[in-house]
Design a protein around this ligand. Structure first.
Ligand SMILES: [Zn+2]
Length: 166
């Protein structure tokens, strides 16, 4: 796969990196797919070789809804990557997907790190970010075979208590 430019950075996804190559290609088709263990059935992210819970090496791709809740977040004030300097301050969210919420334990779940963006893919304003708010995945197309899954606030009511980092 040719290198992809993203905010002044060069992203390289090697052809033999089946884990990320297929993940980003599915994202380009605007589908969020995760690996599911064939032994215990649990989904995992990132798409690693082995199951983090039962260590089985068998897996299959499974499409998920892309809906979830902000589990935690941070506001990047000083961007280390030059390509993000004109974005700062911008939110980075840890999203807990609806699939497998609270599984296999209350402390573990299916969580993805991404940017929280507006529907136009610009960063969401800091004052609108809060733990407990509901989000849905959106896809930022970068090239023929690559899109980045990002998240945007949904209009669903929040899940549980909503609070912001002070
Ligand atoms: Zn497993």
């Amino acid at each position: 796969m040719p290198a992809v430019e993203y905010r002044g950075m060069t992203l390289v996804i090697p052809d033999n990196d089946s884990e990320w190559k297929e993940y980003f290609a599915a994202a380009r088709a605007h589908r969020l797919i995760l690996r599911a263990c064939v032994a215990c059935g649990r989904l995992r992210y990132p798409p690693s070789h082995g199951c983090p819970w039962c260590a089985d090496l068998g897996w299959t791709w499974r499409e998920v809804s892309g809906r979830g809740t902000i589990h935690s977040y941070e506001i990047v004030v000083h961007a280390i990557q030059p390509g993000f300097r004109d974005w700062a301050p911008y939110p980075v969210v840890l999203v807990e997907l609806d699939e497998q919420r609270g599984q296999p334990t209350a402390d573990e779940a299916l969580r993805i790190v991404a940017n929280l963006v507006r529907p136009d893919l610009r960063p969401e304003a800091e004052e609108n970010v809060a733990i407990g708010k509901r989000v849905r995945v959106v896809f930022q197309d970068l090239a023929d075979q690559v899109a980045l899954p990002q998240f945007t606030l949904s209009d669903e009511p929040p899940a549980g208590r909503v609070w912001r980092l002070a």
